[in-house]
Design a protein around this ligand. Structure first.
Ligand SMILES: [Zn+2]
Length: 339
């Protein structure tokens, strides 16, 4: 099969090669990959020095058709359209037992600790395979496991957005942000999307549910105006270091600040009195659960949410795909590879 591989770190070292098609073990499934999402997590994997196995196939988000199943697999059949849940989990630890496999103590991401989906075929455990319902395209399903699932879990499980709240989304054009805007709107919030190129992406973000689209420079005065100077009930910021000072300042008394990533760096300075005197909750969030991914597929099949896709590229264009993903501010939605 054809696959994208690297042996030494760096996007420039990615090559398309022929490798042996993997075979599924008794509890595994071989998927013919149709679409694979390109995400920051793949970029970080490709640039890591300690990745195994080598040569490594990246790709932590993909959908396709079941080609063969292991002898013990009963949950899916050959020919089924499926999407992966990318977090490996043991099913037996304290967190798995309470339905939070995203916190499994023996976890790892498909495509990071295993061979991933930037290839014609990929093997994954059957428990990480979810059937796609009627009415959902394989391309749409392929956009869900990373950004959409992360945004859903962050907004509904961790931050608990309520109707009428004022929610600010930094990095609104990103893989997580474009879904966070939609989901906050779905929850009944007033949504302010923040993007450095607000002028260029305004229409698309409003189409996803944003009530306002502003640049970081404009955010403070708009939030003051909308809240009578009180601030936002919830600020979502997966941008990290670059926006932390501003985004934390926007949080109202008794409000929440939540993150599921730190694209521009993760070290920030927090002034503790500014946290406790305003009774602010700072919340972490990572990935989501299998049941949340199933919910997303259901909502997509009923057209309650949209799966924004920016472009689809052949496997050979993998380097251009990373360029397109990091083009960032002009892009809204997912860059997909088609193996
Ligand atoms: Zn576990």
């Amino acid at each position: 099969m054809r696959a994208v591989v690297f042996e030494t770190p760096g996007v420039d070292n990615l090559r398309i090669v022929d490798v042996e098609t993997p075979r599924p073990g008794p509890n595994e499934v071989l998927i013919r990959v149709k679409y694979a999402g390109v995400n920051p997590v793949d970029y970080f994997t490709i640039n890591r020095k300690d990745v195994k196995p080598i040569p490594h196939i990246p790709g932590s988000e993909f959908a396709g058709i079941v080609e063969t199943v292991g002898s013990s697999v009963r949950s899916v059949d050959v020919g089924d359209e499926v999407v992966i849940y990318n977090r490996l989990f043991d099913g037996s630890c304290k967190y798995c037992l309470i339905g939070h496999e995203e916190l499994c103590v023996n976890s790892g991401l498909i495509g990071v600790v295993t061979q991933g989906g930037f290839a014609e075929y990929a093997v994954v455990p059957a428990s990480n395979v979810i059937r796609i319902p009627k009415g959902v395209g394989l391309d749409e399903a392929a956009t869900l496991p990373v950004g959409a699932l992360t945004a859903w879990h962050m907004i509904f499980n961790r931050a608990g957005v309520s109707p009428g709240e004022l929610v600010v989304v930094f990095g609104a054009t990103g893989n997580v942000g474009s879904y966070a805007v939609q989901f906050a709107k779905l929850a009944g919030a007033t949504v302010v999307a923040v993007s450095r190129r607000a002028d260029k992406v305004k229409d698309v973000l409003m189409g996803l549910g944003a009530d306002y689209v502003v640049t970081p420079d404009e955010a403070q005065s708009l939030i003051n105006e909308l809240s009578n100077g009180l601030g936002a009930d919830l600020v979502i910021d997966a941008v990290g270091q670059a926006t932390w000072n501003l985004s934390f300042k926007l949080v109202a008394r008794y409000g929440r600040w939540v993150t599921a990533g730190a694209l521009t760096g993760g070290d920030v300075t927090l002034n503790l009195p500014s946290l406790y005197s305003r009774e602010i909750a700072v919340i972490g969030s990572t990935g989501g659960t299998r049941s949340e991914l199933i919910k997303l597929l259901d909502l997509l099949s009923r057209r309650r949410i949209k799966a924004p896709i920016y472009s689809k590229m052949k496997l050979e264009k993998v380097r251009e795909a990373f360029d397109a993903m990091f083009r960032g501010e002009d892009r809204v939605g997912k860059v997909l590879l088609m193996p």
